[in-house]
Structures are given as C-alpha cells and as structure tokens.
Write a protein that binds this ligand. Structure first.
Ligand SMILES: Nc1nc2c(ncn2[C@@H]2O[C@H](COP(=O)(O)OP(=O)(O)OP(=O)(O)O)[C@@H](O)[C@H]2O)c(=O)[nH]1
Length: 310
C-alpha cells in the first residue's frame, strides 16, 4: 500500500516536472545529463539542436564547450558559471542572455542550482524565456529616452550621449561638433495654423535632422519646444559647417509657408573642436548656445560657427 502510494507520488512529481514551461535539465558533477523535462526536449527540437542536447547520458558541459568552439561567445560564460556551482565556488549561477533567431528576438535566463539527492550531488539547469519582460523593459527604456512627438532623442538621452561621445573623442583624439538649432518665429506658425499643424511642422523638421544624423556617433535630439540639437561625433570644423548649412537649406526647402509669405526656417549655432583633448561638455554647450543666440540676433535663418581650440 505504502509502495503504491510512493509510486503515485513519484508519477505526480514526474508529471509536474514535465508540465513546467521552464526548460529543465538535471546533470551530475561530470556534466552528464541525468534527466530533462518535456519543455527541454521541445526546445531542442524547435531549435534544431543536436539530439545529444536532450539525451540522457550526454554530457551537457561538452555540448556547451562545442557551442563555444562553433563561435557562440556566450557559451564560455555559461560554461564558467556552471563550473563555479559544480566546484562550489558559488552557491548559484544566474545568467541572462539573448538567443535571437533571424525572425524573432528572444532572451533567456539560465539558472544553475545544486540539488542534493541522497548521496548524489546533482545540479539543476533551468532556462526561462524572458522575452516578454525584456521587450517591455526595452520599450520603457526607449520611452524614457525619446521625445514622444518626434521620436528623436530627448534631453536626457542627449546629455548622456554628449557626455559619452566627448569622452570617446578625447580618448581617441577625434574631432567633435555640436549644433544647437531653434525654429524661427515658430510661435507665428502655431498662431496661424494651430497647435496640431505646429506639431506636424516639428515632426517634419525632426525628420530632416534625423536624416543628417545617420552614423552611430551622431545624434539628433529635441531638447524641448522648438529647440533641437545635433551631435556629430568624430566630425570637425569643415564638415560640420557644410552639414549645418545644408540642414538649414533643407528645412527652408520644406516650403512650410505661413502668414504673409513667411517660411519656416531655422537658426543654428555650431561649435567644433578638432582633435578633442580636454574641452568639457559645459563649454561646448555654452559656446553652441552663444553661437545660436548670435544667429538669432543677426536676423535668423542662418548658421553661426565657432571653432574652439583645445
Ligand atoms: N505645436 C507645438 N508648439 C510648441 C510645442 N512646444 C512649444 N511650442 C511652441 O513653440 C513656440 C516657441 O516660441 P519661441 O521659441 O519662444 O519663439 P519663436 O516664435 O520661435 O521665435 P524665435 O525663436 O525668437 O525665432 C511657442 O509658441 C510654444 O507654445 C509643441 O510641442 N507643439
């Protein structure tokens, strides 16, 4: 009676093990696979992994070593982590990793924990799919860094990017240029066509700015209202002047007319430093703002350029 009861409990436990969505394998201290659950088997099949991945008796550590040998850079960290638990240098191992396929973004967590089964030292390797959480985090992160109207970087992202870009340029002795931009007489456009049309106008301006900031070390940002900025990392005096002139022409070329034949234009202040050694972001911001102020005072629809020495 007792034996039957124990058997039933074992069967229930096995059913629970197989019903879990997490992919679980149990290995011994040599890496040999003692057991896998149904989700683990399905994962192997869905991802065309070799049959060894789900076979009892295969060596899981060898499978991970082979992945590393085949160029999977993450496998070496997974391997080291598993070994720290097997060698008792760490009580658990927890590892978050991307596992993207050509048409799907996916992330997983691998958790390795020891399991004492009578005299046997075993280890549970559990993989959890955390794609939903990761995508939600990425979306929240993107929302916190971008302006909702134009999709450009917001002031917070701009500040962080400028800080990092200045450090990168100083480290590598590269040039940098910063362009501060303000739409001219935008209040007039808003008053003439209304706020919604004003929003459309800001979106069009931002699209032009984006098209000028296409390299990884460039950034177009909306700092607030009708105030924008473009960072050109690694770009010095000569190109920045040409780019800002062309940017100004492209925006007047949008032909956004309001009032009595007035055109939406921009004023811009540029600061460039060739082969940056030790200028601070405060100086760059201050000088670009000053140049923008001069462009406004000098009649708008123009670019004023300041070149700083190191
Ligand atoms: N439609 C719209 N308007 C905005 C937004 N944010 C700020 N504004 C308006 O942008 C205008 C900014 O005006 P200012 O920069 O002060 O002045 P301006 O008319 O552009 O004149 P100058 O800058 O001196 O050439 C104000 O009328 C604000 O109400 C927005 O998100 N959407």
């Amino acid at each position: 009676m007792k034996a039957q009861h124990t058997q039933e409990r074992m069967a229930t436990r096995a059913a629970v093990f197989d019903s879990l969505q997490q992919q679980i394998a149990v290995i011994d201290d040599t890496g040999s696979i003692i057991d896998v659950n149904y989700a683990w088997i399905c994962f192997g099949a869905e991802n065309n992994l070799s049959p060894e991945f789900s076979s009892i008796g295969s060596n899981y550590l060898d499978i991970v070593r082979y992945s590393h040998f085949m160029g999977d850079q993450l496998a070496v960290q997974a391997l080291q982590g598993i070994l720290t638990v097997i060698n008792c240098t760490s009580p658990h191992f927890y590892y978050e990793y991307p596992c993207h396929s050509p048409n799907q973004q996916r992330w997983f967590i691998m958790r390795v924990s020891p399991l004492q089964d009578g005299p046997k030292r075993l280890f549970v390797i559990a993989h959890y799919d955390i794609t939903e959480r990761k995508l939600a985090e990425e979306k929240a992160e993107s929302l916190s860094l971008h302006d909702p109207l134009t999709g450009l970087a917001n002031r917070r992202y701009f500040n962080e990017f400028l800080h990092e870009e200045i450090r990168r340029c100083i480290r590598n002795q590269l040039s940098i240029s910063l362009v501060m931009i303000d739409v001219d007489n935008f209040k007039g456009y808003n008053d003439h066509f209304g706020h919604l049309a004003g929003d459309e106008c800001l979106i069009k301006v931002s699209q032009v700015l984006s098209s000028f900031a296409s390299r990884p070390n460039d950034l177009a940002a909306r700092l607030g209202g009708d105030e924008f900025a473009v960072i050109f990392g690694g770009i010095g005096n000569a190109y920045a002047q040409t780019a800002a002139d062309s940017l100004r022409e492209k925006i007047s070329g949008l032909n956004l007319v309001f009032g009595r034949e007035k055109l939406v234009t921009i004023s811009a202040g540029i600061v460039s430093v060739d082969l940056l050694k030790h200028q601070s972001e405060e100086t760059l911001l201050h000088e670009a703002d000053k140049a923008l102020y001069c462009a406004k005072s000098a009649g708008r629809n123009r670019v004023i350029h300041t070149q700083l020495d190191n």
